[in-house]
Design a binder for this molecule. Structure first.
Ligand code: GLU
Length: 306
């Protein structure tokens, strides 16, 4: 296969626990999408939240990717070491008057009778954007603010490689969103945009639970004059009772799966669910490269009958 250095995919796991089947599924498909085009693959450990992420989980994630046969280029990037870059992006947005402090507590946000977003979160009604300087001053005596970005009344549309056309009105369906938490930690939405650009990522393949985040990320890329990667959102794997897999589902966690399956067996199962092979059979990621095609991938979520 010819090396295509213009394509760069990425793994972006959150090292807050052991990877589960859904994480492996997204990782395998991201790897195949990039490598089947002769592209590069980079790894970013999304360890922004110091309360949930540890070096031990970072090491475990890397060990698990290697066990599965998924390789990456370059040194991994740790988000916990990228604060300066997030700070610079935040300052750039702040300099353009797009950022404001939000003093609302969680209860206050939930009480706001705003419509719910498609991902279940509430659309923030922007009340702290309208505070007078004096009100801000008063609130700042007793509360530490989170920081939100003002979004426009604009539709952001893109064509997803797997899910097809997707559009979202930022003000109505998303609302002003948090870029920095009140404890100073930068938010995923900002970090992901800064880092995808920094790492030269041209292709983002991830779970469709993040489809509704993509318009925010495309819009932030525009605000920061960063390029748009292409996006492919893979359907979610569900537990047999129809729920999204979570790190607490021990049955689907890699530690448990490893006692039942070899790496090629597990890859074979995932490849069959992805429509790349007709029946589950042991296979390595390398062997799947010639079989990968976007057109074969399913769009709909499916249960993982394990
Ligand atoms: N860290 C996120 C996760 O593990 C993925 C973020 C992304 O791919 O943009 O679910």
């Amino acid at each position: 296969m010819e090396a295509n250095q213009t394509v760069c995919g990425r793994f972006a796991p959150s090292p807050s626990g052991r990877m589960h089947l859904g994480n492996l599924w997204s990782a395998l498909l991201a790897w195949l999408a990039a490598r089947s085009q002769g592209g590069r693959m980079v790894l970013r450990l999304e360890d922004l939240d110091p309360d949930r992420c540890t070096q031990a989980w970072c090491d475990q994630v890397m060990e698990d990717l290697e066990w599965l046969g998924l390789t990456w280029d370059n040194e991994p990037v740790y988000q916990s070491k990228r604060t300066e870059a997030y700070h610079a992006a935040f300052a750039a947005l702040e300099g353009r008057g797009l950022i404001y402090p939000c003093y609302c507590t969680r209860a206050e946000r939930l009480a706001a009778s705003a419509p719910h977003r498609s991902d279940g979160a509430v659309v923030y009604d922007g009340r702290c954007r309208r505070l007078t300087p004096q009100e801000r001053e008063e609130l700042s005596q007793t509360r530490r603010p989170a920081w939100r970005v003002t979004v426009p009344e604009a539709d952001v549309s893109f064509v997803d490689r797997i899910q097809g056309p997707f559009s979202q009105n930022l003000a109505r369906e998303c609302g002003d969103f948090i870029l920095r938490r009140s404890d100073g930690v930068y938010a995923y939405q900002l970090a992901v945009v800064v880092d995808d650009a920094f790492m030269g990522v041209t292709q983002v393949v991830r779970g469709s639970d993040l489809l509704s985040s993509t318009p925010r990320q495309l819009w932030l890329q525009d605000q920061l004059s960063l390029p748009h990667p292409e996006y492919g959102h893979v359907p979610l794997l569900l537990s047999p009772d129809g729920r999204r897999l979570a790190k607490r589902d021990r049955e689907q966690e890699l530690g448990t799966l490893q006692s039942r399956y070899s790496a090629p067996e597990l890859v074979g199962l995932l490849a069959c669910w992805a429509g790349l092979i007709p029946e589950p059979a042991p296979v390595t990621p390398e062997e799947l490269l010639p079989l990968f095609s976007w057109d074969k991938l399913p769009q709909a979520d499916r249960t993982a009958p394990l």
